[in-house]
Ligand binder design. Sequence first.
Ligand code: KIV
Length: 271
Amino acid sequence: MARITVEELKSRKLAQGATPIVSLTAYTQPMAKFLDPHCDFLLVGDSLAMVIYGLETTRGVTIEIMCAHGRAVTRGAERALVVVDLPQGTYEQSPQQAVASARRVIDETEAQAVKLEGGVEMADTVAAIVASGVPVLGHVGLLPQKAEHRGAFKIQGRDDEGAKKVMADARAIADAGAFAMVIEGTVEPVAREITAQVAVPTIGIGASPACDGQILVTQDMVGLFADFTPKFVKKYADLGAALEQAAREYADDVRSGRFPGLEHCFGVEKK
Ligand code: KIV
């Protein structure tokens, strides 16, 4: 099966008649396998710090952790492009640091691209990574890696100054060579304006249907993360409740002697 390429995604603008780009996060091989047929790209997001490791924010996740999960996902994804997040602290110091981190992630995971957060201040870094041969997905608007606690996740672009900042960030990242960009937690008129202004696709999360594509954190979408659910999430399943019910029935069966049955045993004569 042919994998979707960076070049294919790069040209997918709604204004040019394209269908919206579909993306979800994935952190494990089985999850990647389930999601692969339905997504254009899978993101090994540093959101795994919160939804897998139970940390307060996305900070504190290491490049080793991202590489381990990245490799698991590339084992499960055949068709979807795989993008891995560069974690906080591995790319902000200098373009050289960022190139080394990006190359390490690609070499260790076999993913097709990396993502990093930031706008104007990250433009030289994005350009350096792209020049080294690694495609970059940008990320502007709400930047979770900047938040030191969950209460610091704030919707962006509400006032004039904020709107101008997100737009300048988006233009800078597009000009630097990002093949697409995530716009997170940003008001609709700003997301719409950015999508009209930049030549590469915008992927919204809490940034309205005006974007060229959408992404959600899979654990949020299927009810596997109960700590809090942002307003922009639509829940398509309640796997948390299903898991709890399965665990309840299993516990009842074990305690009452209904499990294991003879059909689950070895060396027992069939009657
Ligand atoms: O880490 C992540 O899952 C992300 C998405 C929210 C876009 O960056």
